[in-house]
Design a protein around this ligand. Sequence first.
Ligand code: ATP
Ligand code: MG
Length: 313
Amino acid sequence: MIETRELRKSFKTRRGPAVEAVRGIDLDVAEGEIFGFLGPNGAGKTTTLRMLATLIEPDGGQATIAGADLRREPGEVRRRIGYVAQGGATWDDSTAVEELVLQARLYGVSKSEARARATRVLDAFQLSEYADRKAKTYSGGQRRRVDIALGIIHEPRLLFLDEPTTGLDPQSRAHMWDEIRRLRDEGMTVFITTHYLEEADALCDRISIMDHGEIVASGTPASLKRSLAGEVVRVGLPLPAVAEASSVLSAYKVDVLEDGLRLHVEDGASAIPDILRLLDASGVPLTGIELHRPSLDDVFLAKTGRSLRESAE
Ligand SMILES: Nc1ncnc2c1ncn2[C@@H]1O[C@H](COP(=O)(O)OP(=O)(O)OP(=O)(O)O)[C@@H](O)[C@H]1O
Ligand SMILES: [Mg+2]
């Protein structure tokens, strides 16, 4: 559904050097999957999406989108995709029904068919109740659902969603995941960006992790986590004890966190008693200790040297 080779984009800035937002990326997205693009603020996710949706022109590289060549057939690409921007696109003073019918008409759908489709998607996204209210009166979650309904009213084969769940409460987010899964189950390919680790893990069939304009890892969430051998022990510590604990445990591969340490060990069950003995012998107090299998954040940390959770905060 999507194939890119060496796709790149930089932006000139008035002051200072150009920003290399996307530095030559290769993507392969299969038909019928939910593909996630995970990365911190400024990683280049939106810039990539805007290139793939023909909104900005790449500086170099190639891409085929839903079978159409990005550079030679941008009109064909636009016909085959839906794109929901990070900021949304609804007007304050329009109702959901008006927006949906207009959008369908812009894609050449007849008036009666446009109305029929609007009714269907409003129902599917549980918006029927608000269909005739102005967008400015919607809650954030309702408005985000209208955005996504607008992205699919012309029944595209491929849907780009830029951070569909940012700012939603956990319940609305879970609801949105169900809706995205339903679209996938109906045969749509969905490409989403996110900086939520849980979202990439729970929702996406495959993901690419992006950082500083480059893809640092790709695969299924499970295979990425499996690629990290061993286990992770998290030691919770009061702030003043972190430095000392780090030197006491220097025999291990240690990452220093704000509220403790993260240790990469081969086998947690044998490492934990040793860690506790070492800390106890030097009188370092601890607030907690836990063992876990590598998470996507551990994958991000291994590839970039930073924690996505912390860079997000
Ligand atoms: N029009 C522009 N002019 C100059 N720099 C830009 C422009 N658009 C994006 N950038 C820069 O390109 C880099 C990538 O931005 P982009 O919006 O693609 O990141 P992102 O991964 O979508 O981040 P976020 O999670 O915050 O949405 C950033 O450093 C950003 O400041
Ligand atoms: Mg963005």
